[in-house]
Design a protein around this ligand. Structure first.
Ligand SMILES: [Zn+2]
Length: 294
């Protein structure tokens, strides 16, 4: 069966996803075992262990129960779903309803975060939440690598000397944070772009929903970004790779690219990737196989 998701390498990361405003957004980074949002949970995200939900709008969140149910169906561990703490009671109710409908519960681990809170994903990797400017209980997420480095005052010591210092209980290392990926979900402009772990991320994933000059009103009303906002944002952001998502279906990708070129610096255009900018495919043949019934 042909898949609807797009696969792209952006900077050093493989990105697998789909994102059109109002329809569906899901962005997975399989090498980091993380997915952001689950509009309709394509099968490519089911094996990923951590799902971060940016906010509760249906085009980002409807796939959460399906993701959990599919993980139970294929026999993997319970999915770990991270979201704003304020959304968890509603999602618990939702999963209770699904358990009643399906007549069995899907295992789930919900983790609640709020602005500035973080949780470890691995020994050297944390997930930090930050407030964005969209609906209630909306969060962005940064994946931050923690690297342990020798303090400069011990740089000239030999290995045995360092071991001796450690034995004496002296701390010889300090921790450096390396922001790998920041995902801003749906959001208008805000001070979150000035957070170190957002503006310096190796890969910044952000929305730009509207492009047409007539759509500025829509952008402001829905707390989304308009192409005219980007030049100011890009002047503050140092990420070498920016992935643009959540483009409205009202504007074609070709037209959006032309408006981007007219609105932002060439150096910024060169660090941009549009997730849904994919080569036109030949006409698809219908899938001869029936859908799975189980
Ligand atoms: Zn939204």
């Amino acid at each position: 069966m042909p898949t609807r998701v797009v696969q792209k390498t952006v900077g050093e990361y493989l990105v697998v996803g789909y994102s059109l405003a109002g329809e569906e957004t899901t962005i997975a980074l399989p090498e980091l075992n993380i997915c952001f949002d689950a509009g309709r949970s394509p099968r490519e995200i089911i094996a990923i262990d951590t799902l971060c939900l940016s906010h509760g709008h249906m085009d980002h969140a409807a796939g959460v129960p399906y993701y959990l149910s599919q993980r139970a169906f294929v026999g993997t561990s319970a999915g770990r779903v991270v979201m704003h703490r304020g959304l968890i009671p509603a999602f618990e109710k939702l999963m209770e309803c699904w358990a009643e409908v399906e007549r069995h519960p899907s295992p789930v681990e919900f983790f609640g975060l709020t602005d500035g809170e973080q949780m470890p994903l691995r020994r050297d990797l944390v997930l930090r939440a930050f407030d964005v400017n969209h609906t209630a209980h909306a969060l962005g997420f940064s994946l931050i690598e923690k690297r342990h480095k020798l303090k400069s005052e011990f740089a000239d010591r030999t290995g045995p000397q360092l071991v001796e210092l450690k034995k004496q209980g002296i701390s010889i290392e300090h921790t450096v944070e390396v922001p790998l990926v920041a995902y801003c979900g749906d959001s208008a402009d805000g001070s979150y772009f000035d957070l170190d772990h957002v503006r310096d991320a190796k890969l910044l994933i952000m929305e730009c929903t509207f492009f047409d000059p007539d759509h500025i009103v829509r952008a402001r009303a829905g707390r989304h970004l308009h192409v005219s906002d980007l030049d100011g944002i890009f002047s503050r952001v140092r990420s070498p790779n920016i992935l643009l998502t959540h483009i409205t279906r009202r504007t074609g990708i070709g037209a959006a690219k032309r408006m981007l070129q007219d609105s932002i610096q060439k150096s910024d255009f060169d660090r941009l990737t549009i997730l849904m900018d994919r080569p036109q495919r030949a006409t698809r043949k219908p899938d001869p196989k029936p859908a799975r019934s189980a």
